[in-house]
Ligand binder design. Structure first.
Ligand SMILES: Nc1nc2c(ncn2[C@@H]2O[C@H](COP(=O)(O)OP(=O)(O)OP(=O)(O)O)[C@@H](O)[C@H]2O)c(=O)[nH]1
Ligand SMILES: [Mg+2]
Length: 388
């Protein structure tokens, strides 16, 4: 399952956003280091369900489906304690790495109200925002440089490809050989590992964060700023999305109490509630109608499609009925990287299915396709495999 980590300085609202995305109740408070252990939960991202095409209701094994919108699960981790000095062991440095190791993307949450932008674009808030990134880079760098010489000598002598050698060094930080090869092609690193120095470790750490871990900024507490400030901030933190974790939570609460008609931005307010609440909800509605404000679920969806470049595919056993062996309609919806092939999907279902792959069938067109067939978003695929 895809996993997205929420990182950022204390009090930025990580737990609030985590809670709004996963509907899990966690400790939220207006002081730093409220969260001391990572919270792990499931969020659902919306995608179109092919059940509409066959006009039958699907039976999701995971997630849910509402009115033809299929909600596909992914993991969210609320990572505690990243502060200036983490790389020197302050805060929760080591646990931090344990928590981000297997994250596919990291969302850097920052407090927009902390970020008044001066005419030069440089402010305390901006410095702190950058500091978190610098801290992460420094810290990864220090991990890479540890016992480098011995590692590099051995690796150079082995004659292995560089990505294979580096896998031994940084694989434990959650990178695979393919990702390392992409990183190496992005910058000019010395051809021999024994020639690498501090600058290269730092560049590698940056690439690990921004290329492999897709670090994405997300401005929170948008309810505390105005449009003009929002655009100023966007001019320094390139086009970042802006949300309000607090308002998202408040809306969920209002919805669960029947005060509003839906969780969409244009919800209707129940006429039966006290005037004071009505005013607060109206304020919220007008906030969400602002063009510069994003909804957190839409933001999450855009991380999956635009940053992580994943698509949704539906494996089935029966290409005619779109069911599994037990007759469940479209039971699975998998998020897979763009460019994945029928064979990749087979391996994703089960190693045995991958190893025994014979052919695949596109259940929408009934066409037989081979192992190299590249999947498209929304594909429904039957894998025919020889199993022992
Ligand atoms: N106005 C406003 N306040 C918010 C928003 N999101 C969070 N807060 C408040 O900010 C404070 C910190 O929120 P948390 O979610 O606990 O922050 P955190 O990043 O998890 O903090 P640590 O666990 O201490 O690292 C709380 O008082 C929240 O109510 C928001 O969108 N708007
Ligand atoms: Mg927290």
């Amino acid at each position: 399952m895809l996993k997205i980590g929420l990182v950022g300085k204390p009090n930025a609202g990580k737990s609030t956003i985590y809670s709004a995305l996963t509907r899990n109740t966690v400790e939220i408070a207006n002081y730093p280091f409220t969260t001391t252990k990572a919270n792990l939960g499931i969020a659902l991202i919306p995608t179109e369900c092919p059940e509409k095409i066959i006009k039958k209701r699907c039976n999701p094994r995971e997630g849910t489906c509402i009115n033809g919108t299929r909600y596909v699960p992914l993991e969210i981790i609320d990572v505690p304690g990243l502060i200036e000095g983490s790389s020197e062991g302050k805060g929760m440095g080591n646990e931090f790495l344990d928590n981000i190791r297997d994250a596919d993307a990291l969302v850097q949450i920052f407090d927009l109200s902390d970020f008044p932008v001066n005419h030069d674009g440089k402010t305390h808030g901006y410095d702190e925002f950058m500091q978190i990134q610098i801290e992460m880079v420094k810290w990864l760098s220090s991990k890479i440089s540890r016992e480098w010489e011995r590692f590099a000598k051995k690796a150079d002598a082995s004659g292995d490809r560089m990505e294979r050698s580096l896998l031994k060094k940084i694989g434990s930080m959650g990178l695979n050989e393919k990702q390392i090869a992409v990183i190496l092609s992005k910058n000019s690193y010395p051809a021999k590992l024994t020639l690498w120095g501090e600058e290269d470790f730092e560049q590698l750490s940056k690439d690990m964060l921004f290329v492999s871990k897709s670090l994405v900024p997300l401005g929170n507490k948008a309810d505390l700023i105005d449009e003009k400030t929002a655009y100023k901030i966007r001019s320094v933190v390139d086009n970042c999305a802006m949300v309000s974790g607090d308002y998202e939570l408040a809306m969920q609460k209002a919805f669960s109490h029947g005060m509003i008609s839906s969780l969409d931005s244009d919800f209707e307010i129940s006429p039966e509630i006290p005037e004071k609440l009505k005013v607060a909800l109206e304020k919220m509605r007008s906030f969400f109608s602002e063009k510069w404000v994003s909804r957190i679920n839409d933001f999450l969806g855009s991380v999956v499609t635009d940053k992580l470049k994943h698509i949704v595919v539906f494996p089935v056993y029966d290409e005619g009925q779109w069911t599994d062996k037990a007759g469940n309609i479209l039971p699975d919806a998998f998020l897979v990287p763009e460019g994945s092939t029928a064979l990749d999907l087979a391996f994703r279902i089960h190693t045995d299915i991958g190893n025994g792959f014979i052919r695949a069938i596109d259940a929408k067109t009934r066409r037989v396709v081979g192992k190299d067939h590249v999947l498209s978003d929304g594909d429904i695929i039957r894998i025919v495999a020889k199993t022992s």
